[in-house]
Design a protein around this ligand. Structure first.
Ligand code: FAD
Length: 558
């Protein structure tokens, strides 16, 4: 058994930022991550991070855009924190060494992003996440913060509504160990890979979210799944919103800038939910290319600008589609991109279980509501990562390491669960996983209705039944990825169930949740957050109010 005051689960931006803060405040903090921290999905972020840096911009304007973008589902008190703290956090990253792109006068450059009334997105070329993540990793190394790399957390220890530790498997030798903690911070990222078409890294399976769910913490607003409008057709690698921010156009097969039909004012820079639906409608109604895509054209920006502002995008298009965007348009289609929902937590990352915090994409602090604006998620990680680190340090002063929990039995029990999964024959994780991904794509996608969602719920129940006979045929102890996948699949099925059931219950269209059988937003019935609680028979849904401070819900037009 190993003790640390605080363990942060996750080596992405939110986890590293939380660890740095806890360390600064004197805690014994460690980071545990199933991949090396700089391989976390944060490193893939392209477009940028929002902050109202300009004297002609303001945090209030940023907050308004965020709340409007969220289709009024975001909690406005937390949005205020996000937007007020944005300039300080971005400048801190700059001071720590992030290589932001500059204006001619040397100041941090900012580009326009969807749904923003102002060019507010700070960027490092189109490799912003890579730059930010390396910056924080350097800061972690500098402080000598302990990192357990390539360890998979398989269970949170929660007794009497408080979290006292976790069980993890060292993937290098499959050894299981108990970590005793006073506080645990979940920073495990999103669940994109439960969808067939996703921009997310393969590691983004949402397993961390399911750990909290299985431990009794409610998941919030899970039916709100962001589909990014422009992913590379076929592989679904992200083509950043920055491509449109820099002036790219969307064309259908008749070379029509079709966004005029859907958002005549904002055109290509309408928020993501609107642009994703527009592209899907063009394709579904026969105006897209027959293979299911539309064109994103940046050729008119010219080679110099493309090389300077969008070099990563150019390389991705050349490497993965054989297309040089300097000369040709890029074929794009919508794909799952971001998880607005997550572990229900408050402005300090506190969950209803004491000693357990959640931040970053795995959490629903509710700053993104029903639709996240581009550039707000990187911001969310550093703002709330810092806050959770600090809140956890306050908390550990009030508790001791638990001596009540029988950690020895717990470890033996966990080892047995895992060894029972090993064996010949049985169901194969990949088959169930692929079916789940197809179901989510087909029935819980950009356009939803009652019939499709009911089919999804039934099909997922069935997959859950089949998953009881799952067997891991590979009996190696060394980096057994079949085992890792099989463990995580159980969590993926739980999340799929929560998303589909929440979407079925929510009989309205709001942000990214679009019901073709309930086309309008219904504030009277549905201006509220969904909470899903784990039960062995499936999720139990409840609801809670949305916090509104300064922006009364209005019709959302662009
Ligand atoms: C391609 C792409 C581009 C993006 N571009 C932008 C952008 O330009 N601007 C923007 O604002 N947002 C962007 N986003 C969103 C943003 O990057 C993410 O929401 C954010 O970086 C998530 O950070 P995180 O720290 O919460 O999680 P992640 O960076 O995903 O890290 C999760 C960590 O948790 C660990 N982990 C998970 N489960 C376990 C477990 N069971 N045990 C141990 N460790 C575990 C992983 O190893 C990993 O270290 C983009 C997302 C994608 C996919």
């Amino acid at each position: 058994m190993t003790d640390h005051d605080i363990i942060v689960i996750g080596g992405g931006l939110s986890g590293l930022r939380a660890a740095i803060e806890a360390h600064r405040l004197g805690a014994d903090v460690a980071v545990i991550s199933k991949v090396h921290p700089i391989r976390s999905h944060s490193g893939a972020a392209q477009g940028g991070i929002n902050a109202s840096l300009g004297s002609d911009d303001s945090w209030e304007a940023h907050a308004f855009d965020t709340v409007k973008g969220s289709d009024y589902l975001a909690d406005q008190d937390t949005v205020e924190i996000l937007c007020k703290e944005a300039p300080a956090r971005v400048i801190e990253m700059e001071n720590w060494g992030t290589n932001f792109s500059r204006k001619d006068n040397g100041r941090i450059a900012q580009r326009p992003f969807g749904g923003a009334g102002f060019p507010r997105t700070c960027y490092a070329g189109d490799r912003t996440g890579h730059n930010l993540l390396h910056t924080l990793y350097e800061q972690v190394l500098k402080r000598d913060i302990r990192i357990y790399s390539e360890w998979l957390v398989t269970r949170l220890v929660v007794e009497n509504d408080s979290c006292t530790g976790l069980v993890a498997m060292n993937m290098a030798d499959s050894d299981m160990e108990i970590f005793r903690t006073k506080a645990t911070i979940l920073a495990t990222g999103g669940y994109g890979r439960i969808y067939q078409r996703s921009t997310n890294a393969i590691i983004n399976r949402g397993f961390g979210i399911s750990l909290a769910y299985m431990a009794g913490v409610p998941l919030q607003d899970m039916e709100f799944v962001q589909f990014h409008p422009t992913t590379l057709w076929g592989t679904n690698i992200l083509i950043t919103e920055g491509a449109r921010g820099e002036g790219g156009y969307l064309y259908n097969k008749d070379h029509e800038r079709f966004m005029a039909r859907y958002a005549a004012g904002a055109m290509e820079l309408a928020p993501r939910d609107i642009v994703a639906r527009a592209i899907q409608s063009e394709v579904d109604e026969g105006r897209g290319f027959p293979e299911g895509y539309v064109h994103l054209d940046i050729t008119h920006l010219g080679k110099d600008k493309i090389n300077k502002k969008l070099p990563g995008i150019r390389q991705i298009a050349i490497d993965f589609a054989g297309i040089d965007p300097v000369n040709e348009p890029i074929p794009v289609q919508p794909g799952q991109h971001y998880s607005m929902g997550g572990v229900s937590s408050n402005k300090d990352g506190e969950t209803p279980v004491s000693g357990l915090y959640a931040v970053g994409e795995c959490a629903c602090i509710s700053v993104h509501g029903a639709n996240r604006l581009g550039g707000n998620s990187l911001l969310d990680t550093v703002v709330f990562g810092k806050k959770a680190g600090s809140a956890a340090v306050d908390y550990i002063d009030t508790v001791e390491f638990s001596s009540e929990v029988n950690f020895v039995d717990l470890l033996e029990n966990e080892k047995k669960i895992i060894s029972d999964m090993m064996g010949e024959g049985g169901e194969n994780f990949a088959e169930i996983r692929d079916e789940l991904r197809e179901i989510m794509q087909e029935y819980v996608g950009v356009f939803r209705n009652k019939e499709k969602l009911e089919q999804a719920v039934d099909a997922i129940r069935n997959l859950k039944k089949r998953s009881r006979d799952l067997k891991v045929n590979n009996n190696s102890d060394i980096f057994n990825f079949e085992l890792v996948n099989a463990i995580e699949l159980k969590g993926m099925l739980e999340l799929g169930h929560v998303i589909a059931l929440g979407a079925l219950a929510r009989e309205e269209s709001r942000g990214a949740h679009y019901r073709t059988d309930f086309l309008e937003r219904d504030d009277e019935k549905w201006l509220r957050h969904t909470l899903a609680y784990y039960t062995p028979d499936g999720p139990e849904l409840d609801y809670k109010d949305v916090t509104i401070t300064q922006f009364q819900p209005e019709r959302r037009e662009y």
